[in-house]
Structures are given as C-alpha cells and as structure tokens.
Write a protein that binds this ligand. Structure first.
Ligand code: NBP
Length: 474
C-alpha cells in the first residue's frame, strides 16, 4: 500500500489548509486531529485523493514512509508538548518532527534538545500568511537540524509562496532560529499595523478625510513605494459597508485591539538582548492601552482635551506629508526589527542571513511588501550593516522624509492625537544619530548616589568622583 509522504497533526484553520496545500502539490498526506470529528469535517468539506485521515495516532504514524515527517499544527504551548509526548514512543530513530505553530523559541530550543537526545530530529518551523497563506503559499521559516531540513526542503519549498519563482522558504539556523525569525516578523507586523493606524488617525481627525477618501488614498499609496499587503487590505477595509447598519464596517468595530503574544515576546526579547526596539514595543503597548476601553471613556470625560483644531488648507500636501512620515517610520521599524535579529544571532549563535530573511518575507507573509527588496539589497551590498538606517539608500531617504515625520507628529500632538509609534520612531532616529547623548549626566547621577563609577572622554580607565567635595569647598 502507498505510504504517506508527510503527516499533519492538528486540523484547525492552519493545519487543514497546509495539508490541502501539500495534497495539491502531489504529496500523500496523513491527517490526525485530537477530536476525530474535526478531521472528518475537513475531509468531507475538502475531498481530496491525497488526504488520508486516521482515527488512531498509531495508524497515522504507521502510514508514513521513513524517515517519517510529521508537521504539528496545534495550539502553541502545552498542546505541542502533549502531542510530542504521544508521538515519541511511536517513532524510530531519524524520524522528523516539525512544529509549524507560533511556538516560543525558548520552547523550541528546549524541545530540540530533548527530542534529539532520543535520536529523533526536530524542526521549529515559523509559518506566516494566515489561512490563505497556508492554503496557497505561506512564507516558511524553518529552524533546527540542517540534516533534518534536507529531508523536508522539497516539500516546504513546493508549498511555500513564490516571489519571482523563488520559494519563500529558507532555512534560518539551528534550534529556535526559525521561530525567532517568525516572532520578529510578527513584532514588525505589530509596528506596521500601528503606524498605519496612526496615519488613519491624522488623516481622519486632522485631514477630515472620509472613509471613502481614505480608501482612495491608501489605494494610491499601494501603487507606489508603500506597496504592501497591509496597505492593500487597509484600502479594502475602508470601502466595506456593514449590511446590518449601512455604516462603514470600520466605524462599527470596537476600538480595542486583541493580541496573541508574539508582539509581547518580541518586546521581551528586545529587553533580553539589550536592543532598542522601542517602536516595536510601542505597538504592543498601544494595544494594551486600546484594551482599556472603559477607563479611556471615563478619562475622556475628566481629562477633557481642549486643543486648537488644525486647519489643513492644502489637503494634497498633507496626504503626501503623512505618506512620507509613514514610510520613514516604516524604515525605522524594520531597522529595529533587523537590529534585534542581529543581536539575537550573536546571543544564540545562529549566524542569521539578514538578506535571506528579507527575501523570505517578500511573499506569502503578512508583512510582504515591495520595500523588502530594498532591505535585501542593503544586506547584499553590506552583510555586516550595523543598522538599516546606515544603508546609503535608506539614509538618503530618511534625510528627505524625516521632516515630514516631525511635521505630522507636531500637528498631531498640538491637537491631542496620540502617536506612540510615530513619536518613538523619530526619537529612535534622533538618538541613533546623536554623537553625544545625555547619558553623561546619568552616569554622574549613578556615581553620586551609588559610587557606580564612570569612564571619561579624555582619559582611559574607570573613575569615581567625590561629588560633595567641591561644594564643601565653595
Ligand atoms: P489553534 O491554535 O486554534 O489550535 C487548534 C488545534 O489545536 C486543533 O487541532 C486542536 O484540536 C489542537 N489541540 C489543542 Br487546542 N489542544 C490540543 C491537545 N492538548 N492535544 C492535541 N491537539 C490539541 O489552530 P490554528 O489557528 O490552526 O493555529 C495552529 C498553529 O499555527 C498555532 O500555533 C497558531 O498560533 C499558528 N498560526 C496561526 C495562524 C492563523 O492565522 N490562525 C497564522 C500563523 C500561525 P481539537 O480539534 O481536538 O481541539
């Protein structure tokens, strides 16, 4: 009997669509789901000659050709461990377990060690693109044993999204590297979305644009250098009308943003690796603030804002200013995301290829954008680039655009419009280009109250100063 070439465990949105994608590419796919009826429903709704559902895990495993290749697509966290524990006694040396969910990379490192100690092979596979991506071509970020990857490379490359025929499936590095890159992808996604939301705030409240006008503005932006999946869907969202009320959908949606944790992990990793990813973190904090709806409503009555209303005379000029502010902030967001990857690569010894990562993001994933070609070019020109903002082409553009960012922020702040990501973007830009910061004063304070010592600009060594002595003399 024909053996299955790959198995998928977990048949919710992602697992079932990924399995269909594999089947469409000619692979015989074994399916298993904790709740069997879910699998039956998937099969009955999507009949396919190459999909084979099993009720018992033993039969699912026995149906696979060796070395067995099993993709776990269950809810991240403990369910992944439970599935792995169930599989281990059924597998043979050299079999390959892949976790395609949004697992925390620390878990992936721990699982890799435990599983490989048993003679099995493990891959932590970041997958982006949501339901559509899983079905027709996601961006795939595999990490783990390179040897294991050679067995699944063809399958992953075949089902992945293609950019100019190049598969968006790239081996990222050992153990948790794939899930780390996926995590940073999501951190950047949070920032991209927050920057777009702040552009919406100023267009709506300062520019006075209607939803239909904003649909046209975003549509036009999507024809130029901002072209991306997120800008495209934003234009689409502004057009949608709620059949129940006749109002625009965007206006009937409650203004509290949910999150599943990958943005928060990115912010935690910024702190753990000593990286300034303040813009990425600001997008996470903005979601926290958005979820405090009741408090915000109450506060709006007490801390009533009274600001001058901005008068925008030249609307066309204003839209262009917001566009430039958004693009400049986007460069800065990616600079922070790639800086985090750079520091993580050293910290976890992954030897990440930043140009390859940018190329992998060009199709299939949520942050896919024309812009990623420029990032890839920047790292091709200089793989050791300290920061994306130092790349010639980005540096020149920031020089051109940063004034627009300042102007938009100033107008927004004068009018009481919150801009956490835009303001963090310009602060990061200004801090990064300051040859002399204000940290000399902080060092002085630390030395005064805690004798923490400091270095001097004019002498080598470490110094402590008796801060009261001069005063006493005076
Ligand atoms: P969910 O994250 O909603 O998980 C549902 C699946 O997990 C079902 O198959 C469920 O089986 C299984 N499961 C659970 Br819950 N507990 C289990 C356990 N103890 N043992 C075995 N199976 C268990 O599914 P999803 O939205 O398809 O996402 C799958 C993974 O992909 C997640 O890690 C997610 O974060 C990631 N991801 C999702 C998206 C997206 O757009 N949804 C995008 C990218 C990545 P049951 O049917 O028996 O309850």
């Amino acid at each position: 009997m024909q053996k299955n070439q790959i198995g998928v465990i977990g048949l919710a949105v992602m697992g079932s669509n990924l399995a269909l994608n594999m089947a469409d590419h000619g692979y015989h796919v074994a399916l298993f789901n904790r709740t069997y009826e879910v699998g039956v429903k998937v099969i009955s709704e999507n009949p396919h000659t190459h999909l084979h559902l099993y009720k018992e895990l033993e039969d699912f495993v026995a149906s696979l050709e060796k070395p067995r290749k099993i993709m776990i697509m269950v809810k991240a966290g403990n369910p992944v461990d439970l599935v792995i524990n169930g599989l281990i006694p059924l597998l043979d040396e050299g079999d390959i377990i892949m976790d395609g969910g949004n697992s925390n990379f620390h878990d992936t490192i721990r699982r890799t060690e435990a599983i490989e100690a048993k003679g099995l092979r493990y891959l932590g596979v970041g997958i982006s693109g949501g339901e559509e991506g899983a079905r027709f071509g996601p961006a795939i970020m595999p990490g783990g044993s390179k040897d294991a990857y050679t067995y699944v490379q063809d399958i992953l490359e075949n089902i992945a999204a293609k950019y100019n025929n190049e598969p968006c499936a790239t081996y990222m590095g050992t153990d948790g590297a794939g899930h780390y890159v996926k995590m940073v992808h999501n951190g950047i996604e949070y920032a991209d979305m927050q920057l777009i939301a702040e552009s919406y705030s100023v267009l709506k409240h300062l520019g006075g644009f209607t939803n239909d006008e904003m649909a046209a503005i975003f549509n036009e932006w999507n024809q130029g250098e901002l072209e991306s999946f997120l800008i495209e869907i934003t234009a689409q969202i502004f057009k949608e009308v709620d059949p129940a009320t006749g109002k625009h959908m965007v206006d009937v949606i409650l203004d509290t943003a949910a999150q599943k944790g990958t943005g928060k992990w990115t912010a935690e990793e910024a702190l753990n690796t000593g990286t300034d990813a303040s813009l990425l973190a600001s997008a996470v904090f903005a979601r926290f603030m958005s979820s405090q709806k009741q408090q915000r409503v109450a506060a709006s009555e007490i801390l009533k804002p009274e600001f001058d209303k901005a008068i925008i005379n030249d609307k066309e000029y204003f839209v262009e200013m917001v566009r430039k502010a958004l693009y400049a902030s986007k460069i800065i967001a990616y600079a922070q995301g790639f800086d985090l990857l750079k520091n993580a690569s050293v910290e976890y010894k992954w030897d990440l290829d930043f140009g390859a990562i940018a190329r992998n993001f060009r199709e299939g994933c949520i942050i896919r954008a024309r812009f990623l070609n420029r990032i890839s070019d920047a790292y091709n020109t200089n793989p050791a680039l300290a920061n994306l903002m130092l790349d010639d082409s980005f540096a020149r553009q920031l020089e051109d655009y940063h004034q627009s960012l300042r102007d938009v922020i100033s107008m927004a702040i004068q009018n009481g419009i919150s801009m956490p990501a835009f303001t963090t973007a310009i602060s990061y830009f200004d801090s990064y280009r300051s040859a002399r910061s204000n940290a000399n004063l902080i060092q002085a304070q630390r030395d005064l109250f805690g004798a923490h010592t400091f270095e001097r600009i004019d002498m080598d060594g470490v110094f402590h100063y008796e801060w009261n002595s001069n005063n006493e003399e005076k």
